[in-house]
Design a protein around this ligand. Structure first.
Ligand code: GCO
Ligand code: MG
Length: 412
């Protein structure tokens, strides 16, 4: 019994499950309790360094967690967060997220309620998502965007390849001749910043004003070109322009704000609250786009969402393929329960992924839908997961470098 007279359920084991059903390295943490059959799952996916996260869980969080009362999520979070003394980098935050989210899953299962109910219940019926339309030509992007609109999606992120360049979102045909002939992933910003406004000019004319259009710069251009691009895109009324600058260049956002009203989404690379709190507090961005496991998990994310609510900032949590269905479900439960939800990114789930993770949210009418099972509502078929080991590759999951024509390293 605990001091409040409740029977105590304790953590018996913490396990890390590595799987890549879609060829993308996913990390899931399973917290097993001393009650038969009661366990929780959390997403700890840091796809470029998954084995480092697994080691952090195995060697540090597991011994720290075993024996603790599963009901005390916030207390566990606070204790684990400072137990490394140096804290809040992507490896440790992902590890912490794995356990934190598993504890929320367990709390939901103990209560017999989906997690969004624990947060106060639904603010909306389902979670509107945006999907990715990429292509090598304007016509190809238009065709894919149109197909999504016909399927009921109202928000589409559009990326176009630039001939000869390794552009984010679409590689583009051919390869630019570089000074180093072994370098195939070459990228220069000039053609890109000229092409993107033309793409959106084309798309607005072709698709009309109703569809919501988004674009991800992926922090790839020099800051002053970012300011220029945001202004050039203003006439096309994007839903948002994403990651115009790297977190290291946070200070440039104030300049964009003074010059145009293009809505700004920022932050999948943020890991430490010192990076994002001033951006929200000063209303320098419109959408917070953190990757929930990279900021430490669900406990941190719900506080961040509440802070954003007070500052008029909406959410757009990161939802690429390198988030496990458990992580997507965590995004969805928070999205359902907060008033200042903006949009949810979604890399559509493949069949293999759905088989490994039964209960993965359904997607229809342009939205992700909860299944109303307790906790996250997502399970993990471990035998099947084991059939999708991490793929072998030279970089072991790391982001392969991209270089400028002269050989200079470019931000991813
Ligand atoms: C996005 C992102 C991703 C990231 C990826 C890194 O907005 O969806 O930019 O595609 O590049 O998650 O691993
Ligand atoms: Mg992005």
């Amino acid at each position: 019994m605990s001091s409040d007279g409740m029977p105590v359920i304790r953590i018996r084991d913490v396990q890390v499950i590595l799987t890549a059903p879609n060829g993308i390295r996913l990390v899931v943490v399973k917290v097993i309790t001393d009650q038969p059959g009661l366990y929780g799952l959390g997403c700890a996916t840091f796809t470029q360094r998954p084995l480092a996260v697994a080691a952090a869980v195995e060697h540090y969080l597991k011994p720290f967690a075993i024996g603790r009362d599963v009901s005390r999520i916030e207390d566990f979070y606070q204790a684990a967060y400072v137990s490394s003394y140096w804290r809040s980098g992507p490896v440790l935050n992902n590890a912490l997220s794995g356990v934190d989210e598993a504890l929320w899953d367990i709390k939901g299962k103990v209560a017999g309620l989906p997690v969004y109910q624990l947060l106060g219940g639904k603010c909306r019926e389902a979670v509107p998502v945006y999907v990715h339309a990429s292509g090598d030509t304007f016509a190809e992007v238009e065709e894919r965007a149109r197909a999504y609109v016909e399927q009921g999606f109202r928000h589409v992120r559009c990326q176009v390849g630039i001939s000869g360049m390794s552009t984010y979102g679409s590689r583009g045909p051919g390869g630019m001749a570089a000074l180093d002939p072994t370098q195939t992933r070459t990228w220069e910003p000039t053609a890109y910043v000229h092409t993107v406004p033309r793409l959106f000019d084309h798309l607005r004319l072709a698709l009309g004003d109703d569809v919501e259009l988004l674009h991800d710069v992926h922090e790839r251009i020099p800051p002053i070109l970012g300011v220029w691009l945001a202004k050039a895109l203003e006439p096309y009324r994007l839903f948002f322009l994403e990651d115009l600058f790297a977190p290291e260049d946070n200070a440039y956002f104030a300049q964009v704000r003074q010059q145009c009203a293009t809505p700004l989404a920022m932050g999948e690379l943020y890991v430490n609250r010192a990076e994002y709190v001033p951006m929200i507090q000063q209303r320098l961005i419109d959408f917070i786009r953190v990757h929930i496991s990279d900021i430490g998990g669900f406990s941190m994310a719900r506080k961040l969402a509440a802070f954003c609510e007070f500052m008029g900032v909406r959410t757009a949590f990161h939802g690429p393929g390198d988030v496990s269905p458990v992580g997507h479900a965590a995004n969805m439960h928070l999205d359902l329960a907060i008033p200042n939800f903006g949009i949810q990114e979604l890399a559509l789930f493949r069949d293999e992924t759905r088989e490994v993770f039964p209960g993965t949210p359904e997607v229809h009418h342009g939205c992700m839908w909860p299944n109303n099972r307790p906790g996250w509502g997502v399970e993990l078929d471990e035998a099947l997961a084991a059939r999708y080991p991490f793929p072998e590759d030279r970089y072991n999951g790391a982001w392969p470098e991209v270089r400028a024509w002269d050989g200079t390293v470019i931000q991813p």
